[in-house]
Structure formats: structure tokens, C-alpha cells
Ligand binder design. Structure first.
Ligand code: HEM
Length: 286
């Protein structure tokens, strides 16, 4: 990564490497800018078992990428509410690329055998991905408003209250339906004003609106593009869930999860969830 150097920053060391002068910036460095001292102090396995480091790093890297997704989704939602679709399309494309990247985690993690994981699993106690507050925020923002899942964060008031706020706001999909209504589509009133924390229920009226868009893509190009980006995003989300479930099956079989759920059986149920249900059903009607 390059950092800019201001000309008045005092003496810089110049080293000749392959004919180029390198100016060593004394004011700001790669390590301090990225706070690497702090970041690289955070990998502290609880056991002495070799594979636990990979387990920690994969989770932490996934959380960093989730942070980036929340950043993109938050900004995209603001643009959506302001009818500014250009940046929304770009941000959703970026989220899809991050999701594709996250998918690679499972390839790396599956180099860990059941015996490798069993060697440190008991040290994890009851901690589980189930308690990832960022994952829950992403689900809430996208529209899986299962308020019960926020209860896992009651012991941390700031996190709990933040999740409650996100639950009470319209989801990405709710904002899309409001946009469609502003564009003149006949969206049922109970989809435009409702208790946002309640789970969204699919509706024929909404499917008909999306159908119109898919039946005349030239006329509604930006809305059609938005819909396909959402389908992309949900497709990747689903692929992540599926790969997680298959990796878990491969590593712990049908044991209960450390978080106390049935394990694979819980993860299989989550495969039925849909953020944007009508975007899937309309495909059969087209
Ligand atoms: C050896 C590797 C892993 C195993 C055995 C495993 C196992 C499980 C199990 C059994 C659950 C269900 C909840 C429970 O009872 O604990 C779960 C949930 C979850 N795990 Fe993992 N997991 C692994 C790796 C990961 C990684 C790398 C991530 C990345 C962040 C992750 C994120 C999650 C999330 C977000 C949930 C909640 C899903 C939901 O509520 O729909 N897991 N995991």
C-alpha cells in the first residue's frame, strides 16, 4: 500500500532498489495507518493446538469483511431512500464481490479435519458464530427480521440497543418497495407502512410489480438492474450458508453446536430463509 508523502516532512531516507528512489515517510507508516500493532495482537488462541490459529483468523477476517458489507449496505440504503440508484448498484456489486471472497473461507477451513477441531473445541465453551452481532445486523438490514436472535446480545447493552434500532428501521427490501411506489407501481399499502421489526411476508401485489419490471426491462432498466443485484446478493448469501452448513457437517457431523442449537439441523433450516421472496417467485411466473 502506498502512503502519500508531503514534501515538507523533513529528511527522508533514500534507497536505490531497481533504480528507483524510495522516500521513507517518517510521519505516517503502513503499520501505524492500519494499526497493525493492535490488529495483530488480537489473535490469541485459547489452546496450544496448531489449528486453532486458523480458526481464529478465519473468523476475524470474516468479521472484517462483514464490517465492510455493513458499511456498503448502510450507504446504499441512504442512496436508495434518496432515489440515487447509481451508487446503489455499485455498492451492491461490491458486496457481491466480498461475498464471493468470503466463500473462499470454506475452502481454507475444510483443510481442518474433525480430529484437528476436536482437539480445541472444548476450549471454545459456548461461544458460537450464532453470537456474531455483525452477522445479525446484516440479516436485519437485508430483511430477516427475527427479533429473537438479538436476545443473544442482551448482556451487551450497546450492541443490543443498536440491533433493536436496526430492527425498527425499514430493511433494504422495504426501501426498494417504497422506491417502486414512488415510481408509480401499485405496492400494497401494508408493505409501505408497517411495523418494520415484524418479518416481511411475501405478497402477490409486490410480485406483480416486479413482474412488470421484468416484462419490460428496457423501460425500467435501473429497477431491473437493482432487482438482479439483489438476486445476486441473496444468491451469494445462500451459497455462504450452504457452504457453512456443509463444512460444519464435515467437521462436527451431527453434534450439537457450541451455541446450543442442533448444529447442522439448525443451519439446514436457515437455508429456507428468503430476503427478497418475490424476486424468486416471479421467475416462475415470467
Ligand atoms: C469449524 C468451523 C465451524 C463450525 C464447526 C461451526 C459451527 C456452527 C454451528 C453448529 C452453528 C449453529 C449455532 C450453534 O449451535 O453454535 C453455527 C452458526 C454460525 N456460524 Fe459457524 N461454524 C464454523 C465456522 C464459522 C465461521 C468461519 C464463521 C464466519 C464468521 C461462522 C459463522 C457463523 C454464524 C454467523 C452463525 C449463525 C448463523 C445463523 O444464525 O443463521 N462459523 N456455526
Amino acid at each position: 500500500m502506498a502512503t502519500d508523502r508531503k514534501e515538507d516532512q523533513g529528511p527522508a531516507t533514500s534507497v536505490d532498489v531497481t533504480g528507483e528512489d524510495i522516500h521513507w515517510n517518517q510521519d505516517i507508516s503502513y503499520g501505524s495507518y492500519l494499526q497493525l500493532d493492535r490488529l495483530l495482537e488480537c489473535q490469541n488462541p485459547l489452546s496450544t493446538k496448531h489449528d486453532e490459529m486458523l480458526f481464529v483468523v478465519i473468523h476475524q477476517a470474516s468479521e472484517l469483511w462483514m464490517k465492510a458489507c455493513i458499511h456498503e449496505l448502510g450507504a446504499a440504503m441512504n442512496h436508495l431512500a434518496a432515489d440515487d440508484l447509481g451508487p446503489v448498484q455499485k455498492m451492491l456489486s461490491r458486496v457481491a464481490k466480498i461475498q464471493a471472497n468470503l466463500q473462499q473461507s470454506w475452502e481454507i477451513l475444510s483443510t481442518m479435519t474433525p480430529a484437528d477441531y476436536a482437539a480445541f473445541r472444548d476450549d471454545l465453551g459456548q461461544s458460537s458464530g450464532f453470537q456474531s452481532f455483525q452477522y445479525r445486523e446484516i440479516e436485519y438490514r437485508l430483511g430477516n427480521k427475527n427479533a429473537r436472535m438479538a436476545e443473544a446480545h442482551k448482556a451487551s447493552p450497546a450492541r443490543y440497543n443498536h440491533l433493536q434500532e436496526v430492527l425498527d428501521r425499514p430493511s433494504f427490501y422495504d426501501l426498494c418497495l417504497q422506491l417502486l411506489a414512488r415510481r408509480g407501481f401499485d405496492i400494497p399499502a401494508d408493505k409501505l407502512e408497517r411495523k418494520w421489526r415484524e418479518p416481511y411476508e411475501a405478497s402477490k401485489g409486490v410480485e406483480d410489480a416486479w413482474l412488470k419490471i421484468y416484462q419490460d426491462t428496457n423501460k425500467y432498466w435501473d429497477l431491473y438492474e437493482l432487482a438482479e443485484k439483489l438476486v445476486d446478493l441473496e444468491h451469494h448469501f445462500h451459497a455462504w450458508r450452504f457452504a457453512h452448513m456443509k463444512t460444519v457437517e464435515r467437521i462436527i457431523g451431527y453434534k450439537k453446536g457450541t451455541g446450543g442449537t442442533g448444529g447442522v439441523s439448525y443451519l439446514v433450516k436457515a437455508l429456507d430463509l428468503r430476503f427478497f421472496p418475490e424476486l424468486w417467485t416471479l421467475r416462475t411466473s415470467l
